[in-house]
Design a binder for this molecule. Structure first.
Ligand code: NAP
Length: 414
C-alpha cells in the first residue's frame, strides 16, 4: 500500500484525493485538517447565498467516506504533528493548505477598527469558528476595495435584505448583525478602469437584480464593449429605481489612507489624474487577494510555495492556492488535481511506511483526539437539524461545540 497524506480538506485537497484514488489503486489517503469539519473554502469561502456552488461538497463528502480515505479532523500540522513526522510516516505528503492570510495594502490606518480583510470578513459571515464580528456598529456606508469576485460577493452580501438571504446558510448571529446596520451606501472601488476589472460578468449582473439595492455607474467611466463593460453600461442607463441601498462603482482610484481616530471615518484614494478623493465609511473591506502561510519548515515565497511541477521537495507536493496563488474557480482545482496526481504517480514508491496507523498512534501518545468521518457526519446532521425554515443549515460556530457534537454522537442544536 502507498500511503499519502493531504494537509487541508478544501476543494484542492478533496479533488486531489479523488484523483489519487483513481490513478493509484493501491493507495491509502489520509486528509489531515486543522478544523473538526472538512471542505475549507467550500464551507468558509464560497458566498453563503450561492448554495449551488457549495453543492460540490456532496461529491467531496462521498470521497471522504470512501474505504481508502480517512479524515483526520482537529489535527493541526505544526502543533499536533510536525511536517517532518508526516514525511516519516507517509510515502508522499501534499500541502493543500490554501492561502488563508489576507494581503495587506500597507497604507496608513489599516489597523483601525472597521478596516477588515476579506478573508476575515468572509470567514466571519460564513461562520468560521471563533471569528469575531466587525467591531463597529451603525454602519451607513461601506467601502469594498478590489474589483474581483470576492469584492462582488462581499458587496452583494452587504446589499441583500433578510428576505433575499433566505435559503442561505448565513449564521443567525451574522444575520442579526447585518440587519442591525442602517446601511445606505456600498462603494465598490477598483484601482484600474472598468475594462480591467476582474469581476466575472455573471457575478456583476446579479447586482442588478437585487431588491434592496441598485447599482450606480457613471457612463463616462466605461470604455470598450466587453460583456462586463456592457453589463455596467446597462446599469448606467437603467431607469431610476428607489431602493434603500445603492452600490456605487468607482474606477481608477488607488487606496491611499484609512482615516479615523479609533474607528474608521473615511477612506482616502488617489485618482489617476492625481486628485484626492475621500469616501466616508464606517466599514472598509479589502478584497485584494490572499497569501499562503508556512507549514512547519515549508515556507511560502511571495504568497505561495515554490515548486517544480507541484514538487516542493523530496516526497513533498503542493496543490491549489498554496501552489498557484489565489486564482481560479472551484473547477480549476479539478483540472489541476489531475496533473498533480500524475506527478505523484510518477514519483511515489511503496517503502513500507505505516501511514495512518502510525499517525493514529502518534496522536494518541500526544493526547490528540482526531475527528473522523463519522464524527463529521454527526456535526453535519446536527447543523442540518438546527436549521430554521428560511435557512438551509445553522453552522456550529465554535470548535468546542463541534468536538462535543462529533464525539457525543448526539446531535446538539445551536
Ligand atoms: P482577484 O480576482 O485577483 O481580484 C483582486 C482585486 O484586488 C483586483 O481588482 C486587484 O486589482 C485588486 N488589488 C490587488 N492589490 C491591490 C492594491 N494594492 N490596491 C488596490 N487594489 C488591489 O481576487 P479575488 O477577488 O480575491 O478572488 C480570488 C479568486 O477566487 C479569483 O480567481 C476569483 O475569480 C475567485 N472567486 C470566484 C468566485 C465565483 O466564481 N463566484 C467568487 C469569489 C472568488 P488589479 O486587477 O489592478 O491587480
Amino acid at each position: 500500500m502507498k500511503h499519502i497524506a493531504i494537509i487541508g480538506s478544501g476543494p484542492a485537497g478533496c479533488y486531489l484525493a479523488d484523483q489519487l484514488l483513481r490513478v493509484i489503486p493501491d493507495s491509502s489517503i489520509d486528509i489531515v485538517e486543522q478544523l473538526p469539519v472538512p471542505f475549507g473554502l467550500i464551507r468558509y469561502g464560497v458566498a453563503p447565498d450561492h448554495q449551488s456552488t457549495t453543492a460540490v461538497a456532496r461529491l467531496f463528502d462521498r470521497t471522504l467516506g470512501r474505504d481508502r480515505v480517512s479524515f483526520f479532523g482537529n489535527v493541526h500540522v505544526g502543533r499536533d504533528v510536525k511536517l517532518d513526522e508526516l514525511l516519516e510516516l507517509y510515502d508522499a505528503v501534499v500541502l493543500a493548505t490554501g492561502a488563508p492570510k489576507d494581503r495587506k495594502l500597507g497604507i496608513a490606518g489599516e489597523d483601525l477598527a472597521g478596516v477588515i480583510g476579506s478573508g476575515a470578513f468572509v470567514g466571519w459571515y460564513n461562520g468560521y469558528p471563533q471569528r469575531p464580528e466587525p467591531p463597529v456598529s451603525n454602519v451607513r456606508s461601506a467601502v469594498v476595495i478590489g474589483n474581483g469576485n470576492v469584492a462582488s460577493d462581499v458587496a452583494r452580501i452587504l446589499a441583500k435584505g433578510p428576505e433575499e438571504l433566505a435559503g442561505s446558510d448565513l449564521p443567525r448571529q451574522v444575520r442579526a448583525w447585518l440587519s442591525a446596520q442602517p446601511l445606505e451606501t456600498i462603494h465598490l472601488v477598483g484601482r484600474r478602469g472598468a475594462a480591467d476589472a476582474k469581476f466575472t460578468d455573471h457575478e456583476i449582473e446579479e447586482l442588478g437584480t437585487l431588491q434592496r439595492a441598485r447599482p450606480i455607474v457613471d457612463p463616462d467611466d466605461l470604455t470598450g464593449d466587453s460583456p462586463l463593460v456592457n453589463t455596467l453600461r446597462t446599469f448606467a442607463h437603467a431607469p431610476h429605481r428607489d431602493t434603500p441601498v445603492t452600490i456605487h462603482f468607482h474606477f481608477n482610484l488607488t487606496p491611499a489612507e484609512f482615516l479615523g481616530d479609533a474607528s474608521l471615518r473615511a477612506v482616502r484614494f488617489r485618482s489617476s489624474d492625481g486628485k484626492t478623493v475621500e469616501i466616508p465609511a464606517q466599514l472598509a473591506i479589502t478584497c485584494i487577494g490572499y497569501e499562503a502561510v508556512a507549514c512547519c519548515s515549508a515556507s511560502p515565497v511571495n504568497g505561495c510555495f515554490a515548486h517544480e511541477e507541484a514538487k516542493v521537495g523530496d516526497r513533498l507536493f503542493v496543490v491549489g492556492w498554496a501552489k498557484r496563488g489565489p486564482s481560479g474557480t472551484i473547477p480549476t482545482n479539478r483540472a489541476e488535481a489531475q496533473q498533480v496526481a500524475q506527478k505523484i504517480v510518477q514519483e511515489i514508491q511503496d517503502a513500507n511506511r505505516p501511514g495512518g496507523t502510525g499517525l493514529r498512534e502518534l496522536l494518541e501518545r500526544r493526547g490528540v483526539g482526531p475527528i473522523d468521518y463519522a464524527g463529521w457526519r454527526r456535526i453535519d446532521d446536527a447543523e442540518l437539524a438546527a436549521a430554521c425554515a428560511e435557512h438551509c443549515r445553522e453552522k456550529l460556530l465554535n470548535t468546542d461545540e463541534m468536538l462535543e457534537t462529533a464525539r457525543a454522537g448526539h446531535p446538539k442544536p445551536v
